[in-house]
Design a protein around this ligand. Structure first.
Ligand code: SF4
Length: 208
């Protein structure tokens, strides 16, 4: 490393001499994404799917039709249209997904799960269970603090353009602040920290 090149969070020396929490946190997040990738890969392989095909099934299972298009999925998973089209084509050939013309735009299609696809999505959507158990065992205060910190981190990454718009409260046009608290003007409810939504079905992105 030259004197003016940035330090790497993956260098144990940078993490520890002197202790550098920023680097340690980034290294820890990288380990966690590795766990996530491994669990996803294991589940997908057992089911004869690619990891992206499995992610598409799970996304279609839990999101409204308006978000179930190839272009939306490409943005969601940071892949090209061609890559997502290949995944959708494979799922269609396996009769797990079907395509339906968008009545508002004949050039576009909505994607939907077939009954077999819905059943498989239901079974495979629990692949992250080994991550849920240790999180669930954390004391409530630590859990809330972890959630808020991750929430803030995702928001900052979105603002920096590193990740696409998240369906979260801080990027929603219905989000507001009232003295001392977050507020949802659509649902007309205060949003205590644990109620802040990361993936909200009612989310409408702020137009900048
Ligand atoms: S609509 Fe959903 S995302 Fe938007 S502020 Fe309300 S709870 Fe949050």
């Amino acid at each position: 490393m030259t004197a003016d090149s940035p330090a790497s969070p993956f260098d144990p020396h940078q993490q520890n001499n002197p202790p550098d929490l920023d680097h340690k946190i980034v290294a820890a997040l990288e380990r966690l994404t590795g766990v996530f990738r491994h669990l996803l890969w294991e589940e997908a392989t057992q089911r004869g799917l690619s990891p992206l095909q499995l992610q598409v099934l799970v996304f279609l299972r839990f999101h409204p039709a308006g978000q179930c298009t190839a272009s939306y999925l490409a943005r969601e998973y940071h892949v090209s249209r061609a890559t997502i089209s290949d995944a959708v084509k494979a799922l269609t050939q396996k009769t797990l997904v079907s395509r339906h013309p968008d009545p508002a735009d004949q050039r576009s299609h909505f994607l939907a799960l077939t009954p077999a696809g819905a059943q498989l999505a239901e079974q495979t959507s629990r692949f992250a269970e080994p991550l849920i158990r240790p999180v669930a065992s954390l004391p409530a205060r630590q859990k809330l603090s972890l959630y808020l910190n991750l929430f803030t981190l995702l928001h900052q990454l979105q603002q920096a353009g590193t990740i696409p718009v998240q369906r979260m409260c801080f990027t929603c046009r219905h989000y507001g602040r009232q003295p001392g608290q977050h507020y949802c003007h659509l649902l007309d409810i205060p949003l205590e920290s644990f109620r802040l939504r990361l993936d909200c079905p009612e989310h409408e992105a702020i137009s900048w």
